[in-house]
Ligand binder design. Structure first.
Ligand SMILES: [Zn+2]
Length: 456
């Protein structure tokens, strides 16, 4: 049995359509978008293509509040934040990971994300010992997604050493680490477990970064996953760019473009620090720049050259990364506002055709995000998965005559309570602003936080 989503406005590749019905087949795919079957009494307000979250480490959501104080050395940065994260890992068990991931996915859905790419490196026990079930922690992420109903792209992470000089892993990193052979076994086991996931599930791979994986490791990942999404942390920190340049003779994005087959299945997470040549060459590669504006601001990473990149027709997606905030509207707003501050202009990221700053960013992030996570989605049209987000039309701030104005109002001015309904591959997971399994997922998360608080 299929279903019908009626909406007052629908954002499609050919523009806004008023009073239309989205017909969804039993596989969760859009069969038709037309006025036929439109039901005014059951209509949602403004229907948008669902947003893909291209980058998340779900467990980090539970660290919110633990790393917002200045460290004892008098200065705080990404690297001191990472020390807090490693200490947090010493108390995190698989049960906690599942409860946190379910909550994070629930919050993502309520914010308008319909799918999420888990960049999953927490594979092992404290100290680095393997679980009896090698894929234990991946299966916890799978279980969370079955409970939340969000579309999942899973990215098992290869992490082999602690720095570009090849130093061994230590402390918190031991839980991430795998030799090439161990990773191959782990990856095979995870692929096996993925067989009972829904049809819209995707499996990709993610060598962690050039800091943590060498050329052989990268080539092994390409061989293990010859056609799925391929993600890597690229150039988040200036210190990282300098280290890569010192060891490999080129800046990280330059090195990746020159040495590996970077193409449309690649997503370069935090391609923050690009020079002009890298910006245009990355745009020309058809890979996606995976930007995480709220986390990049929180961690003091720097500002991505979005204006030049989009002018060169670069593709981008957004991610919530550390999950310090989970908000589609805020990621897009932060992306634009950082450009306004850098360029001392307004409405920087748009063009003369779209004009609306919000719609331009939203459409690009939805399309680029779907590409990055290997999902047949990102627009509302026949043949795509029914990933749909509805904005309310009964909030005074969203009650403007033009649909573009309503979308801009959401992104730049209203964020909270604006999303009424969410469908992921046709699964109706958020209704009237609330996830359908909110009470059980939230209470399990609350128990988990109490346990973690007592153990810290
Ligand atoms: Zn990350």
């Amino acid at each position: 049995m299929g279903s019908i989503i009626s909406a007052r406005q629908v954002l499609t590749p050919s523009g806004w359509l008023a009073d239309h019905a989205i017909h969804v087949d039993e596989a969760g795919v859009i069969a038709e978008v037309s006025p036929r079957g439109f039901n005014a009494a059951a209509a949602v307000g403004t229907a948008l293509p669902g947003m893909a979250n291209v980058h998340t480490h779900s467990f980090q959501r539970a660290m919110a509040g633990l790393a917002e104080a200045r460290g004892p050395a008098g200065a705080d940065d990404f690297w001191t934040w990472r020390q807090v994260m490693y200490r947090f890992l010493d108390i995190l068990a698989p049960d906690h990971m599942e409860a946190i991931a379910a909550l994070v996915q629930l919050e993502m859905a309520e914010a308008g994300y319909t799918a999420s790419a888990e960049f999953h490196y927490l594979h092992h026990q404290v100290g680095g010992g393997h679980f009896d079930n090698l894929a234990e922690t991946s299966q916890r992420i799978f279980a969370a997604s079955k409970s939340s109903g969000i579309g999942l792209t899973h990215l098992p992470v290869l992490y082999t050493h602690g720095g570009l000089d090849g130093r061994p892993l230590k402390d918190g990193q031991l839980r991430f680490g795998s030799s090439a052979a161990a990773f191959e076994a782990l990856y095979t086991r995870i692929s096996g477990c993925a067989r009972d996931m829904p049809a819209d599930f995707r499996l990709g791979v993610a060598p962690h970064s050039l800091r943590a994986v060498d050329r052989e490791g990268l080539e092994m990942c390409l061989a293990l996953c010859p056609d799925g999404p391929f993600h890597i942390h690229a150039a988040e920190q200036v210190k990282e760019v300098e280290e890569v340049e010192a060891h490999l003779g080129a800046r990280p994005v330059r090195w990746l473009l020159d040495n590996l087959p970077v193409d449309k299945r690649w997503c370069l997470i935090h391609a923050t620090h690009l020079n002009a040549r890298e910006t245009s060459d990355l745009a020309a590669s058809d890979a996606v720049a995976g930007l995480c504006p709220t986390t990049e601001a929180n961690l003091g990473d720097g500002i991505f050259p979005a204006q030049a990149y989009l002018t060169a027709k670069g593709r981008l997606g957004i991610g919530s990364d550390s999950n310090i905030r989970i908000s589609v509207a805020e990621e897009l707003r932060m992306l634009e506002l950082s450009q306004r501050l850098a360029h001392r202009q307004r409405a920087v990221l748009t063009d003369d055709i779209t004009r609306s700053n919000g719609r331009y960013l939203y459409e690009r992030a939805a399309r680029g995000g779907a590409q990055a996570i290997g999902r047949n989605a990102g627009s509302i049209e026949t043949g795509k998965l029914a990933d749909v987000v509805a904005l309310r039309d009964d909030l005074p701030f969203l009650d403007w005559p033009e649909a573009d104005q309503r979308l801009d109002a959401w992104i730049f001015g209203v964020e909270a309570r604006a999303v009424s309904d969410v469908w992921a591959a046709g699964r109706h997971i958020v209704q009237d602003g609330e996830h359908r399994r909110a009470p059980e997922i939230r209470s399990r998360f609350a128990r988990t936080i109490r346990e973690l608080g007592a153990a810290l």
